[in-house]
Design a protein around this ligand. Structure first.
Ligand code: GDP
Ligand code: IMO
Ligand code: MG
Length: 425
């Protein structure tokens, strides 16, 4: 049974928590896109762990963890994260692997990311994480990238020097300082040595696992609405976080994917710039941020918060072929008198969208259409079964399922591992 898990909104839905939960019954966990722009949180044994590039399955000793070819990997950030993992008492040796095809995020990509953001005029800033993701994927698609396998080659210094020359021309054109090849190469010597044992042919590794009947869990980062094709372009990330990306980002074939789990936060958040139809800038938005602890796990930025958007969720169900939803953060809504679900976007000329428009200028002319439901005003974090939830909480969840489609597989009522209700997966 191979499972793809994807974010269904704008990221930070609680993917890390759900991956950790599903890892218990999987053999391998594989990241297939993105890089250390992700921040996946797992709370276990009273401790909080944030993973950026190492698969969230690493906190289960013995499980195989893979960085697939679709990931862009910052070698220095990865080496640091592996050190942190060891410090937490887990061993990557023998069970952690990096695709030799994964592209590298290099210091000039980070510099270009920041310089590009700084050079964009106000309304066109993306609000990136500054982790070099866009420039690294640009280099990949532009056929001038470096891959993990290159780290081990004797001519790596020459490849770096050629890249630095080209990158410095771009940096200077953007009014930024260039980077220094010698400094970069010196920094990379220990990093390359630390990563060398893990770099391998993960396509063969994953097919070997699949052929041996092992269960593979594919860990999406970012989310559907940040997808380079399906998201709120250009306010997106530079990869395909949707289910299709799981195949191109690992080398597994679409025929080997058995099920898709979509992670849905029971309200909406977004970090960075770009449209957000149900955003709340009032006291309710502040309550969501405070109760939900909505501050970025990677950058610490306050997340924008708003009501649940069923237009987004339905669009995500279709694009990803979601079999089961993992719904999270029900407990954050415990205090509200009423809760709202956005069912459509009404344009100023009266037309109502029930799917997400590609044209952001059309979206800007829309206001959300809401259904309002009674709140439950009861704490839900200590509830241990779906049936024991307050009736209005179940009504809320079931109304969402009615509008959006798909089945409920997991319901999360708190950050900790234990606060996870299994409902059907
Ligand atoms: P990811 O990027 O999708 O893995 O999500 P993040 O880790 O960036 O953000 C989710 C945040 O919500 C983390 O701080 C989690 O610990 C927390 N979280 C996850 N599920 C729940 C839940 O059901 N209730 C509450 N209160 N917090 C949760
Ligand atoms: P996880 O996996 C939320 C957002 C950034 C920015 C846009 C582009 O934790 O859900 P990038 O650095 O990727 O070029 O930034 O995407 N973004 C995320 N937002 N969660 C994430 O990851 C994100 N990764 C990138 O804020 O708006
Ligand atoms: Mg996150």
């Amino acid at each position: 049974m191979n499972t793809v898990l994807v974010g269904a909104q704008w990221g930070d839905e609680g993917k890390g928590k759900v991956i950790d939960f599903l890892t218990a019954e999987s053999d391998a966990v594989v990241r297939f896109q993105g890089g250390s722009n992700a921040g996946h949180t797992v709370v276990a044994g009273g401790r909080k762990y944030v993973l950026h590039i190492v698969p969230s399955g690493i906190l289960h000793e013995g499980k195989i963890c893979v960085i697939g070819n679709g990931v862009v990997m910052d070698p220095a950030a990865l080496a640091d994260e592996l050190e942190a993992v060891r410090g937490w008492g887990y061993t990557p040796e023998g069970r952690f692997f990096i695709s030799e095809r994964a592209h590298l995020v290099m210091p000039w990509h980070r510099a270009l990311d920041k310089a590009d953001e700084a050079a964009r005029p106000g309304g066109s800033k993306i609000g990136t994480t500054g982790r070099g993701i866009g420039p690294a994927y640009s280099a990949k698609v532009g056929r001038e990238g470096l891959r993990a396998g290159d780290l081990l080659k004797p001519d790596f210094p020459d490849l770096v020097r050629a890249c630095v020359e080209a990158a410095n021309r771009k940096l200077r054109a953007l009014g930024a300082d260039g980077v220094d090849a010698d400094e970069i190469l010196a920094g990379l010597v220990p990093v390359a040595a630390a990563l060398k044992p893990f770099v391998t042919d993960t396509v063969s590794l994953l097919h070997g696992l699949a052929e041996g009947g092992k269960d593979i869990l594919l860990e999406g980062a970012q989310a559907t609405m940040l997808d380079i094709d399906f998201g709120t372009y250009p306010f997106v990330t530079s990869s395909n976080p949707t289910a299709g990306g799981a195949c191109t980002g690992t080398g597994l074939s679409p025929r080997q994917i058995d099920r898709v789990v979509g992670v849905l936060k029971l309200y909406t958040t977004r970090v960075g710039e770009g449209p957000f139809p149900t955003e709340l800038t009032d006291a309710d938005g502040e309550t969501l941020r405070r109760r939900g602890g909505e501050f970025g796990a990677t950058t610490g930025r306050p997340r924008r918060c708003g009501w649940f958007d069923a237009v987004v969720a339905r669009y995500a169900r279709r694009i990803n072929g979601v079999d089961f939803w993992a719904m999270t953060k029900l407990d954050v809504l415990d205090e509200f008198d009423t809760v709202k679900i956005c069912t459509g976007y009404r344009r100023d000329d009266g037309f109502t969208y029930d799917t997400f428009p590609a044209d952001l200028s059309a979206l800007a002319r829309c206001t959300p259409v809401y259904e309002e439901l009674p709140g439950w005003k009861t704490p839900t974090s200590a509830v241990t079964s779906y049936d024991a939830l307050p009736e209005n909480a179940r009504r809320y969840v079931e109304r969402i399922l009615e509008i959006v489609g798909g089945k409920l597989g997991v319901l999360s009522v708190g950050p900790a591992r234990e606060t996870t209700l299994r409902t059907g997966i």
